[in-house]
Design a protein around this ligand. Structure first.
Ligand code: GDP
Ligand code: IMO
Ligand code: MG
Length: 421
């Protein structure tokens, strides 16, 4: 049996915290897509750690953590992450497993990512520059190298061949010095990676499922960054939605049970692209400061706005979301009035549909206004004690989406979460 936790917005919904919270109920936690573009923040013993590629179950002893074939893996980042979790006492040699089919991010992929952004001028995606797009291009273009290839004695020859191919695309850029520096780190890191638990991920996970173990699949990015259904071309390069679990881990759709969707009580986006509920005023600044909305991976300020139910409804539909976790509700604590986007206004017409090419049309948001709760909710531990204004807000969202909000996260801490019966 497999449950999924994924983001319903444009990323950074708090997936890391929620996966860490739910991990106790599972035996195996697996990442199925994305790579070091992700930044999942956890607080362990009140100390902050940001995970990029290692699943957020790693701090639970006895749990198995798998990096699935759908991920693109940067060995340099992985080595640093392993060292970081080890400093918390984690024995990653025992609990971390990596699929041999996982594609590798090479130093030239990072350079190609940079080159792609530079050549786009004003149309930049705002990529994290981690080499994600180029690594997935080499996967679908059938050129990429995989973790299992590291164990092949011809790995270096294959690597040089691909590097030469990339080099031709980088002729007009002066990245040579950077690439050489990255390469040094890369070769050091692949020696480290070779000695980790490299497994046949699809048999590994299916054997565990057969034995009755419970699997939690952890998404990265968010549904609105999905390569097919997101705000293309301002998206990432992987399938961030629940369908990605099947291809990214090798599990059949019948094995998936709950799809737990995470949304903030408001909305953020980092990088370029459409964002109908974006607030560029003082309220937007308030959300950014109160919510500490700066990228976990790149440190960039996040764009902030009101919750967008049109986009959330779309995300619930394509993912088959069965329950919702709402995070960062505490950030709204001091606001007098809250807005909820219930429709888009496209050329003056109201619509509840996420359109094709959102970026080519002017979309305004039509809002429903709610009274703020004006209460510090960060120490409340039962839903009954939550202010009535919040209950009204949650009730409206439940009704609109037809999917229940089952948990409210009211702070970054590990135990700051309230369940709704
Ligand atoms: P992820 O990429 O989805 O895992 O999210 P990030 O870690 O990039 O960003 C979420 C941020 O919000 C992190 O700094 C978390 O510590 C923090 N966070 C998560 N849930 C809550 C919450 O309920 N309240 C507050 N105040 N912060 C939260
Ligand atoms: P987590 O898992 C928020 C955004 C980038 C950019 C676009 C493409 O922490 O939620 P990429 O480097 O993937 O080619 O960039 O996607 N992006 C994210 N935004 N959270 C993330 O991950 C993101 N990963 C990528 O900012 O707009
Ligand atoms: Mg993040």
């Amino acid at each position: 049996m497999v449950d999924v936790i994924l983001g319903l917005q444009w990323g950074d919904e708090g997936k890391g915290k929620i996966v860490d919270y739910f991990a106790k109920n599972y035996d195996l936690i697996a990442r199925f897509q994305g790579g070091p573009n992700a930044g999942h923040t956890l607080y362990v013993n009140d100390k902050k750690i940001v995970l990029h590629q290692i699943p957020s179950g790693i701090f639970h002893e006895q749990k198995i953590n798998l990096i699935g074939n759908g991920v693109v893996l940067d060995p340099v980042t992985l080595k640093k992450e392993c060292e970081a979790v080890a400093s918390f006492g984690v024995d990653y040699q025992k609990s971390l497993f990596i699929s041999e089919r996982t594609h590798l991010i090479l130093p030239t992929h990072r350079a190609l990512d940079k080159a792609s952004e530079l050549s786009k001028g004003n149309d930049k995606i705002g990529s994290t520059l981690k080499g994600i797009g180029p690594a997935y291009m080499d996967k679908t273009g059938r050129n990429g190298l995989r973790v299992g290839d590291l164990l092949d004695k011809n790995f270096t020859t294959q690597y040089i061949k691909l590097r030469m191919k990339h080099q031709r695309l980088l002729d007009n850029f002066n990245f040579q010095e950077e690439i050489s520096q990255w390469e040094e780190e890369f070769f050091d890191a692949i020696d480290f990676l070779k000695n980790l638990n490299i497994v046949n991920g699809e048999y590994f996970i299916n054997d565990k499922i057969k034995k009755g173990m419970r699997v939690l699949a952890e998404g990265a990015q968010g549904s609105m960054l999905d390569v097919d259904f997101g705000t293309f071309p301002f998206v990432t390069s992987s399938s961030t939605i629940s369908a990605g679990v099947c291809s990214g881990l090798g599990v059949a759709p019948q094995k998936i049970k709950d799809v737990i969707g995470i949304t903030k009580a408001y909305c953020t986006r980092v990088g370029s692209g459409p964002f109908p509920t974006e607030l560029t005023d003082a309220t937007g600044d308030f959300l950014r400061n109160a919510g500490n909305e700066f990228g976990s991976t790149t440190g960039r300020p996040r764009r902030c706005g009101w919750i967008d139910l049109v986009a959330l409804n779309f995300a619930c539909m394509i993912n088959g979301v069965t329950q919702i976790v709402m995070t960062k509700a505490d950030i709204l604590d001091s606001l007098e009035e809250l807005m909820v986007c219930k429709n888009y206004l496209i050329n003056g017409k109201e619509s509840n549909v996420v359109p094709f090419q959102m970026n080519r049309m002017k979309i305004e948001a039509a809002y429903e206004s709610f009274k703020g709760w004006n209460t510090d909710i960060s120490k409340i531990s039962s839903f009954e004690e939550m202010p009535q204004a919040m209950k009204t807000y949650i009730n409206y969202i439940n009704q609109y989406l037809g999917v229940p909000v089952k948990y409210i996260s009211n702070g970054p801490g590990r135990e700051q979460i309230v369940s709704i019966k």
